[in-house]
Design a protein around this ligand. Sequence first.
Ligand code: PBG
Length: 330
Amino acid sequence: MQLTHRPRRLRRSPSIRGLVKENHLSVDDFIYPMFVMEGENNRVEVPSMPEAYRFTLDLLVKEVEENYALGIKAIALFPAVPEEKKDLTGTESFNPEGLAQRAIRAIKAAVADVIIFTDVALDPFTTHGHDGIIDDNGIILNDETVEVLVKMAVSQAAAGADFVSPSDMMDGRIGAIRQGLDNAGFENVGILAYSAKYASAYYGPFRDALGSAPKSGDKKTYQMDPANSREAIKEVYLDIAEGADIVMVKPALAYLDIIAKVKDATNVPVAAYNVSGEYAMVKAAAQLGWIDEKKVMFETLLSMKRAGADLILTYHAKSVAQLLATGYRP
Ligand code: PBG
């Protein structure tokens, strides 16, 4: 048969496929989310997230050092705040001696080059588990919340954070945080904005890890409706106009279309958050022997890059880094 085009010519061998491969997974693109807890010399596996742990500060630092040697240079830090430190307005969030602030200082003292992204949201610090301050009727108060978020971000910057990452979805928080950081002399601290963060059921295992599930109601008055995509672009434009250095889409796998649209609509780096529920599904199916874990992990993360993600927050970061280091190619 005479065919002008035979696309299979470019698929004949691994070497040829390597030449024409459009997207690659690299540890350079990963931000590794890590959980820190109080105590000493201890780590606790998150039941719904096999191989993801809450570390005490001493072990967290060791883990960061080990991962840095594997090429993981960026982490996203999440504190598991003890119940007795929580209150209605999340005041512990801006305590200079808070768990997150101590963790930042300890990590920076051990490996100064590690890039620390801190979470800016009140849910791990409030007794009710919402990302904002609530009034007597359970309404989330936007502007009052933003005031606390600014204090929180500034205290993280003072501790040595490289990027603050508002994940709360209050209106106007990026601009207020940018101004707060600048006024405090932290003009070099960046903002990774959780711009298109959806009200998703995929966050369940993360809330188990931190004990941060909302005690009542849901997050639908601040996180986005999964039915919407144009609204994501609006949120992204607002955040960029207010000073976001990097914008994020979250979750990732069920929102690849949003990642692609955001990439097309902007000229800032786009991050994708491969969230806890996405991780849990892969782990659970692999444990049952129903999928090939390594291959599914690589294929999933590659799909996020192909969709347009420049950076990926993923709990798989360490496994991928270890596999790449041994020469594994899917
Ligand atoms: C807190 C926050 C959440 C996640 C990151 N920051 C949970 C939530 O909004 O309820 C989820 C991350 C994950 O599921 O991996 N604002």
